[in-house]
Design a protein around this ligand. Structure first.
Ligand code: AHR
Length: 330
């Protein structure tokens, strides 16, 4: 009997000890810093890129992807191949994935209101990158990118200097309905109307921001007006590079017989300037990754961000191209 009592006491003690042991282990498990508590939650960002149509766009995409990797951001990236419906699909996927922030480079200006409202209703902040969208301001938090109208204005002044304020221009426009094309066209036209009445735009057509289309449209311009063209204004360098080929095949010297002003300032433009085939390129900065993720992180941290964050850009000419090229980042 005595032995039984002792055994019972020993067993109870052992059980108690094991319970204490278990519970203390449990406590230390939850207080140990495992995956959830001390590891910072990765920022998840969806980016609806519009396409891969130009050297500029490739540089922009690389900047976004590279910066996300550097900061350890979980980037969900989509390339819409210049189709608005693909961008809208991508945005809806990002909503379903409950990402923290959505970035969009809208291929065209119009047609965004419905999907942007869906983003807002889902409580996800939206940032416009590179191109604007024609929507009420409460549907996006911030827009960061270039002043395309100003680029068009700068291009017009450069053109006037090149051709002595007089001559016939053909214009290669970017994607129809894109803010880049709309504003570069109107900025250029505005300055001609204000200051240079003797410069006329005799032909203007889209080349969709690609080299292939730029060449094709320039061939058509040359066919109809070949002997009457003083200069080409191209909304981007890729189309200008395509047009240079067309001009050479037609038997004229690009940069001499037909002066050329374009926009972007990608490396290909510097190479063309060094070869004497392009005269001026107005800079449009594609390295938007650092700014975009600064804004995304600030928004998530609850900080106030600017509604418009402009890029700083210059103008590059043939005479300094060889000196400038080595320091170009895109
Ligand atoms: O939106 C920026 C424009 O898009 C660039 O100037 C052009 O090269 C690109 O395709």
């Amino acid at each position: 009997m005595k032995f039984k009592k002792v055994l019972a006491l020993v067993l109870t003690g052992a059980m108690l000890l094991s319970v204490v042991g278990c519970s203390s282990k449990k406590t230390s498990d939850t207080t140990e810093p495992p995956a959830t508590s001390s590891e910072e939650k990765k920022l998840v960002v969806g980016y609806a890129q519009l396409g891969a149509e130009s050297e500029w766009r490739t540089a922009c995409t690389n900047s976004i992807k590279g910066e996300a990797e550097k900061r350890g951001i979980d980037l969900k990236f989509s390339d819409a191949q210049q189709k608005q419906e693909n961008q809208i699909k991508a945005i809806r996927t990002f909503i379903a994935q409950k990402v923290d922030v959505i970035g969009v480079s809208p291929v065209v200006e119009s047609g965004w209101e419905t999907v942007f409202k869906e983003v807002k209703d889902a409580g996800i902040p939206l940032v416009l990158v590179d191109r604007k969208a024609d929507v009420p301001e409460d549907l996006y938090v911030s827009f960061l990118g270039s002043d395309f109208k100003e680029e068009g204005r700068k291009a017009a002044d450069e053109m006037a200097t090149l051709i002595g304020g007089k001559g016939n221009i053909v214009e290669l426009q970017g994607t129809v309905g894109s803010s880049a094309a709309v504003d570069r066209q109107s900025g250029f036209a505005e300055v001609l109307a204000e200051k240079y009445p003797d410069i006329k735009i005799i032909k203007s057509q889209t080349g969709d921001f690609t080299r292939a289309k730029g060449k094709e449209v320039m061939e058509a311009f040359l066919k109809s007006d070949g002997e009457n063209i003083t200069a080409l204004y191209s909304h981007n360098d890729d189309m200008a590079i395509g047009a240079i080929q067309a001009i050479e095949e037609y038997g004229k010297k690009p940069g001499e017989d037909i002066k050329i002003v374009s926009v972007d300032a990608v490396k290909g433009a510097f190479e063309a300037m060094i070869a004497g085939k392009l005269n001026v390129t107005v800079e449009c900065n594609p390295l938007l990754g650092p700014q975009f993720f600064d804004v995304a992180e600030d928004i998530v941290a609850g900080k106030t961000v600017q509604k418009y964050i402009p890029s700083e850009e210059g103008v590059y000419r043939q005479d300094t191209a060889a000196k400038d090229l080595p320091s170009r980042k895109y």
